[in-house]
Design a protein around this ligand. Sequence first.
Ligand SMILES: [Zn+2]
Length: 387
Amino acid sequence: MKSIKSAIRLGHLAGIPLFLHWSFLLVPAYVLISGYLMGRPAFGVAADMTLVTVIFGCVVLHELGHALAARRYGIATRDIILMPIGGVARLERIPRKPAQELVVALAGPAVNLVIATALLAIAVPVIGMDGLWTPQSLTANLVGKTIAINVVMIVFNMLPAFPMDGGRVLRALLAMRLPYVRATRIAAVLGQMTALLIGVVGAVVFNNFMLMFIALFVWAGARQELAQVEMEASLQQLTVRDALITGFDAVPAQARVDWTLQFAMSANRTEIPVVNSGHFLGIARTEALATAIRNDFPEAPAGEFAEPAPVHLQLHEPLNNVVLAFQQTTFKMLPVVDDDGLLLGFVTLESILAAGQFRSLVRPASPVVVRQRPDELRDHLTRMQPG
Ligand SMILES: [Zn+2]
């Protein structure tokens, strides 16, 4: 699983790790510094800090809504990250069934709707509608602003543009009638038109830098979603065999570390698969090999520095699953083995992309060639013995 270097771990919520992106700290810092510079009274600054905390809580609950809805369909959430422009619940995958995507996308704004409605139901009988908009107390002020913020969150998130929830709602509704890729294409174009509109209105009408920034963010989100779905569609019928890199270089476990590093450098690679009589053992990274040499172990066997791979792929595995596997590892290559654990080759994201683009133009490797691979591998390894 990829680690988040620029985030602070806050703990767990319903079993989901919660992170705060460091840039989120700019928000309370801004409130404190601007409050101080403008000479605001301490209680005013304290009220603003409370409001920031409340917004933060609403964003967390919104993301938790997505995560718990996804959980109902057996989709786990890797983590929830909070940033100044909003939160992200990083789902392990986007549900590809339109009805499920619809529920998961709506679950976030639904939480804001519940919060706003509940606060209205409690506050209006006590202080009346007017009391909320022309508040007489700090509490009424806070409640009024919390309701307003939740309404803004609903409106903003329901904009029909990726990566906002509204974009997903739109795609899901379209995908109930149309093929998935076509639905995504239409939703992406509408999203980019929305982005353009936000950008133009932000620049011309409001002269607002933040809106222009959001427009760029939305534009990029639409492109990314479309690219992702088109890649998935192009890989639909393909398996690991279609993306198999067979002209590969592996080193035997007993090969010296310094020799292995030299070999990795001459092959222009940062990761070298290590095998033990043809069986995949692990992947040695050049940094680990270099550290071993610096620590005076140039003659140590490379096998000692091979890290196990998170998955051993088989030829018949669908490529779309492999794309997901790459999202959860820092390795640039993943090994492909046969039933006996003999290394047949490996796949990289590049080889998967190439398969999606070109596989229809050339025939996939025939099973005969692949079955011969272990024998070729043995010859290959005997030729590569150091000495
Ligand atoms: Zn959302």
